[in-house]
Design a protein around this ligand. Structure first.
Ligand SMILES: [Zn+2]
Length: 114
C-alpha cells in the first residue's frame, strides 16, 4: 500500500481514537454527575441510563475497530482483506478506514447473514 495513503489513514484513525476516548470519558463523568443523588422518576432514570449505555457501547465497539486497525498498521497487515487476502481498495479504506474485508467479501458476508 502506498505510504502516503497509509500515513493519512493512520492519522485519521488516531484522531478518531482520541475523539472516541474523550467522548466516552466525558459521558461517563456526566452519567456519574447527573445521577448522583438523583431521586427523581426511576423509570426515567433507567431509560436514560440504558440509552446512554447503548450509545457508549456503540462507541466502544467503534473504538475497538479503530484499535484493531491501528494494530494491523503496526503489523503491516492493514488494508488486506481478512477473508480472502486481497488488497482492500483505496476508495473503500478512505470511506471506512477500519474496514477489515474487501468490498466483495463484505457483500458476501452481509449476504450470508441474511
Ligand atoms: Zn476479501
Amino acid at each position: 500500500m502506498d505510504k502516503e495513503l497509509l500515513a493519512q489513514l493512520k492519522e485519521r484513525l488516531i484522531m478518531t481514537k482520541k475523539t472516541l476516548e474523550k467522548r466516552i470519558k466525558e459521558r461517563n463523568e456526566k452519567v456519574k454527575g447527573k445521577f448522583k443523588g438523583d431521586v427523581g422518576d426511576s423509570s426515567l432514570y433507567i431509560y436514560n441510563r440504558e440509552t446512554l449505555y447503548s450509545i457508549t457501547e456503540r462507541e466502544r465497539e467503534e473504538l475497538r475497530d479503530v484499535n484493531d486497525a491501528l494494530y494491523r498498521i503496526k503489523n503491516n497487515t492493514y488494508g488486506i482483506c481478512e477473508r480472502c487476502g486481497a488488497e482492500i481498495s483505496r476508495e473503500r479504506l478512505l470511506l471506512k478506514p477500519t474496514a477489515r474485508f474487501c468490498a466483495k467479501c463484505r457483500r458476501e458476508i452481509d449476504g450470508d447473514s441474511k
